[in-house]
Design a protein around this ligand. Structure first.
Ligand code: TRP
Length: 453
C-alpha cells in the first residue's frame, strides 16, 4: 500500500500535536509525579532527562523511520523494512501490547472520569480517612469502574473511526492546547499557595544522596512509557507523516513537549502538597487519595477556587488520557483493518471489543473479584508490569537491533536524512545511539531485573 492511498495527517503541525498527544498522558500527569515523589524529586528528574536524550529520542526516530518508510500498519512496516517475515512479529507484538495497555489504561482513565463527576457534584470533601475510604469503595465496586472503563474505550473508538484527519488530528488540535491551558492555570494556583516554594525546591534542587540504580531503572521505564516507545505506536503515527517531515526534529520536539508537561505536572502537584504538609510519596494512589485531600485543605478557605481547581484537574487528566488512548487504539485498528482487509469501522470495532474485555477484567481485579488476582497482584498491576517492564523494552530492543544492525545502512540513512537534507553529525550521533547505547542499556535493565547484575 503506498502513502497516497491512505490519508495521512493534513499538516506537519497536526502531526506533531497528535504524536505529542500520544506521548502526553497519564504517564506525565499521574505516573511521573508519583515516581518523582517516590524516587526523591529532582535527582530522579535529572536521570529521567538523561534517559530521554540517550534512549528515548533515538528510539522514537527509529520507529518513525520504520513507519514512514512503509506507510502502512506496524506489522507490515516491520516486514517491509526488514524484508523478512519474522520481523513482522515485532509489529504484531506491538499491536498486542497496545491492546493490553489500552485495557488497563482505560481503567485508570475511568477512575478520572468518576472523580471528575464527583468533583462536579461538589467534590470528595471530608477528612483523610474519608477520602481513602471513598477510593477503596469505588475501586472495589463490581459495576461502576467497569462501566467507566468501557465508556472511555467507546469514547476513544468514536474518535478513531472517524479516521486520521477528521478524527485523530482534529481532536488533538483541539485537546492539546486546552490541556496546556488547564495545566498552566492549575500550576499558577498551586504555586501561589503559602509555602509552595518547598515543593518547587523538591522538584528542582537535586539531592544526589537519593541516587541509586533503582532510580535509573524507574527513570528508564518511565521514559519508555511516557514516550509511547516499543509498541509500534510511533511507527503507526509516522506512517501518516509527510515525506518531507524531518524525523529527528519531530522526535526532539515531541520529547521536549513531553518533558515540559511532566515537569509542569510536578509543579502542579508538589507545591500544593508541600504547602499543606502532605508528603507526595504515596505511589500510584497519589492523585486519587492524596490530591483530593490537598485540594480540600489547601483551598479550604476558598472553597469556590478549590471546587473549580479540582474539576479542572480531573478534566485535564481525562483529556490527557484520551489523546493517548486514541494512539493505542489506532495501532490495533490500523493493523486489524489492513491485515484482515475489512473496513476501518470493523477493524476499530474488533479492537474496541477486545480492549473492553481486557479492561473489564482489569477493573474487576482491583478488589471486586478474586478471579483476576494472580500471585497476590491484581490483573491491572500484572498488565502494567508485563507491558512496561518486559514487552515495551523488548520491542524497543528489537527495533534498535533491526535499524542498527540488520537493515542496509543507506536505506536508514536516506529515511533519516530525507535523502541528505539533515546534517551528518546528527546522523552519526543517531547511529551510535541506535547501534550501541540503546541495545546495551536495555540488556542491562533486563539483566538487572533477572538479578544477574
Ligand atoms: N505515553 C502515554 C502516557 O504517557 C501512554 C501511551 C500512549 C502509550 N500510547 C502508548 C504507552 C503506547 C505505551 C504504548 O501516558
Amino acid at each position: 500500500m503506498s502513502n497516497n492511498s491512505r490519508a495521512g495527517f493534513a499538516t506537519k503541525f497536526g502531526a506533531v500535536l497528535a504524536t505529542a498527544g500520544s506521548a502526553v498522558g497519564l504517564g506525565n500527569v499521574w505516573r511521573f509525579p508519583y515516581m518523582t515523589g517516590h524516587d526523591g524529586g529532582a535527582a530522579f528528574i535529572l536521570v529521567y532527562i538523561i534517559c530521554v536524550l540517550m534512549l528515548g529520542i533515538p528510539g522514537m526516530i527509529s520507529e518513525f523511520i520504520i513507519g514512514r518508510h512503509a506507510g502502512s500498519n506496524a506489522a507490515r512496516a516491520y516486514r517491509r523494512l526488514a524484508s523478512g517475515k519474522w520481523w513482522m512479529l515485532v509489529g504484531v507484538m506491538g499491536a498486542i501490547t497496545s491492546m493490553i495497555i489500552l485495557g488497563f489504561y482505560a481503567v485508570i482513565a475511568g477512575w478520572c472520569l468518576q472523580y471528575l463527576y464527583a468533583s462536579l457534584m461538589g467534590g470528595i470533601s471530608g477528612d483523610a480517612a474519608y477520602v481513602a475510604e471513598y477510593f477503596k469503595e469505588f475501586t472495589t465496586d463490581p459495576l461502576m469502574p467497569a462501566v467507566w472503563t468501557v465508556a472511555f474505550i467507546v469514547l476513544t473508538h468514536l474518535v478513531v473511526v472517524k479516521g486520521v484527519r477528521s478524527g485523530i488530528e482534529k481532536v488533538s488540535n483541539l485537546l492539546m492546547p486546552t490541556l496546556f491551558i488547564l495545566l498552566i492555570i492549575i500550576v499558577i494556583a498551586s504555586c501561589m499557595l503559602p509555602g509552595a516554594w518547598r515543593g518547587v525546591d523538591f522538584l528542582l534542587n537535586p539531592d544526589f544522596s537519593k541516587m541509586n540504580h533503582n532510580v535509573f531503572l524507574d527513570a528508564l521505564g518511565q521514559a519508555f512509557f511516557s514516550l509511547s516507545l516499543g509498541t509500534a505506536c510511533l511507527c503507526t503515527y509516522a506512517s501518516y507523516f509527510k515525506r518531507s517531515a524531518n524525523l529527528s526534529k519531530t522526535a526532539c520536539q515531541i520529547a521536549l513537549i513531553d518533558m515540559l508537561v511532566a515537569i509542569l505536572a510536578g509543579l502542579m502537584i508538589f507545591p500544593a502538597a508541600f504547602s499543606v504538609g502532605i508528603n507526595p510519596d504515596s505511589g500510584p494512589s497519589l492523585i486519587f487519595i492524596t490530591l483530593p485531600n490537598v485540594f480540600h485543605e489547601a483551598f479550604g478557605s476558598m472553597p469556590v477556587i478549590g471546587y473549580v481547581i479540582s474539576i479542572l484537574f480531573y478534566m485535564l487528566l481525562a483529556l490527557a488520557a484520551l489523546t493517548s488512548t486514541i494512539s493505542m487504539h489506532e495501532i490495533g485498528t490500523s493493523f486489524l483493518y489492513e491485515e484482515l482487509h475489512v473496513s476501518r469501522r470493523t477493524g476499530a470495532t474488533i479492537e474496541t471489543v477486545i480492549c473492553s474485555v481486557i479492561g473489564i477484567m482489569c477493573a474487576l481485579s482491583c478488589g471486586a473479584s478474586d478471579a483476576f488476582v494472580f500471585f497476590g497482584k491484581s490483573l491491572l498491576d500484572c498488565c502494567d508490569f508485563f507491558t512496561a517492564q518486559i514487552l515495551m523494552p523488548l520491542g524497543a530492543f528489537l527495533t534498535s537491533i533491526l535499524l542498527g544492525w540488520i537493515v542496509p545502512r543507506r536505506l536508514v540513512h536516506r529515511e533519516f536524512t530525507n535523502s541528505g537534507t539533515v546534517s551528518r553529525h546528527v546522523w552519526r550521533i543517531y547511529l551510535f545511539a541506535v547501534r550501541f547505547v540503546c541495545p546495551i542499556c536495555i540488556i542491562a535493565v533486563f539483566l538487572h531485573q533477572a538479578g544477574v547484575i
